[in-house]
Design a protein around this ligand. Structure first.
Ligand SMILES: Cc1ncc(COP(=O)(O)O)c(C=O)c1O
Length: 421
């Protein structure tokens, strides 16, 4: 079998003949004439989507923020890849693994709106972002800016870089309910000094679901000669955007979150002109200094996961990026609008539609977030995650496209009961 035929056979670009898949395709095509907004509250359409998932009956899962497990269609294709790679063994590893990975990275680049030579597949957002933090050419006294609402692993990496190279970290705090984009931009601008080299900005803050005005922050930072790295762990394939429109220098995300890729996949975008300025995580042989594959050496890894990225993209595009975004926004608004103004309920996510999408955070006065999560789970059979630090005290609520308004009614009922006690 020649290389080209092999790549084709392994269903790299979405060719598989799974039972049920073609019916799902036919069914979904019936809704083509409707706009994303028309479909956002169309329970017939979303019930069909829900049918594509195998859901645990034990509880209502409102914690998709860690991992958006796979719809059956992607899972079956992933298992096919595991079998196929196992069947081919070393032959696969020595022939097409790198061509396949490159082709899938190119498919991801189309989705991200960037050039294929600016994006590599990584194992997760941590690898992507920490490679930039650790790979900058730091000098003692250089400064970095980040927020206390940023993800712990990256904050720890900045601490390590401070200990290793004498970098000074400036930590800002993002308000939960900003009155304007300018208020947020100012928070970051005020932390910049002539020594600032890099700024980390969350595209969507993971503990509240707040979306930050990244493009405005990048433009402000660039005007002061500061580079910006964006943590997009929760943004990619959650709501629609194009990376170049953000004007950032670096962008890292996980793909096992909102793209529903099997566990252990992410990507890193590096603007072409910056590639030469980053040390790789693990050393690679001689490559041109602006070749992004220089940053992609990780040794042997689960290559079948790379293959399933292409399938997850196909599933995502079939649902439709705009439809998914509209549905997730509808679901969040469905429950937050019913509780936001109730006594003893604190919603830690902005009400402005442009500042959030599917994720929100809610607390109950007088109840520790851990107790709230525990009671929701044990008494009401609703699974969430407690967040209890800095300015966020509540449970993070992250529905997915299989979530129903009826499930959210159960959650609203629970919140109303708990807030009365
Ligand atoms: C904002 C943010 N950044 C980075 C990460 C790290 O993602 P991963 O564990 O996939 O590397 C997470 C994980 O939840 C996150 O929420």
């Amino acid at each position: 079998m020649d290389k080209r035929t092999f790549i084709k056979n392994i269903s790299l670009l979405g060719i598989t003949g799974l039972p049920g898949v073609s019916n799902f395709d036919k069914w979904i095509s019936k809704f083509e004439q409707f706009s994303p907004d028309q479909l956002a509250d169309d329970e017939t359409f979303w019930a069909g989507v829900r049918g594509g998932y195998k859901l645990k009956p034990d509880y209502i899962n409102l914690e998709n923020g860690y991992y958006c497990f796979l719809p059956q269609e992607t899972l079956e294709k992933f298992i096919t890849h595991v079998r196929e790679v196992n069947y081919q063994g070393s032959y696969y590893m020595r022939t097409v693994q790198w061509d396949n990975k490159k082709a899938i990275a190119a498919k991801l680049a189309v989705l991200a709106g960037c050039s294929a030579d600016e994006l590599i597949i990584t194992r997760n957002a941590t690898e992507s972002l920490d490679m930039i933090i650790g790979g900058m050419h730091w000098q003692a006294g250089d400064e970095a800016v980040m927020a206390e609402q940023d993800y712990g692993s990256m904050l720890e990496m900045f601490k390590m870089v401070a200990a290793k190279f004498g970098v000074i970290n400036k930590i800002v705090s993002v308000p939960n309910h900003p009155s304007s984009d300018e208020e947020i931009v100012k928070v970051y601008a005020d932390a910049i000094t002539p020594k600032t080299k890099l700024m980390m900005v969350g595209h969507m803050i993971n503990i509240t679901g707040q979306i930050l005005p990244v493009q405005k922050i990048c433009d402000m930072a660039h005007a002061k000669g500061v580079q910006v790295m964006v943590d997009g762990a929760h943004a990619f394939a959650h709501f629609k955007f194009s990376i170049p429109d953000l004007h950032c220098d670096y962008y890292g995300t996980s793909l096992h979150k909102w793209l529903s890729v099997p566990l252990g996949a992410g990507f890193l975008y590096v603007k072409k002109e910056n590639i030469k300025n980053i040390w790789p995580l693990l050393a690679e042989g001689d490559k041109k200094e602006d070749d992004i594959s220089r940053l992609n050496h990780i040794g042997t890894h689960p290559v079948h996961t790379d293959l399933a990225i292409a399938d997850a993209i196909d599933f995502y595009l079939k649902i439709g990026a705009e439809r998914k975004e509209a549905r997730l926004r509808f679901l969040q608004n469905y429950w937050t609008s019913k509780v936001r103004n109730l006594p003893n309920i604190i919603v830690n996510t902005p009400a402005d539609a442009a500042r959030s999408c599917g994720i929100a955070n809610v607390g109950v006065n007088g109840m520790k977030p851990a107790d709230l999560a525990d009671t929701l789970f044990k008494k009401y059979k609703i699974y969430t995650v407690a967040i209890d630090y800095i300015n966020v005290h509540g449970c993070r609520i992250s529905p997915n496209i299989y979530t129903t308004p009826k499930e959210l009614d159960q959650f609203v009922f629970a919140l109303k009961e708990l807030s009365k006690n």
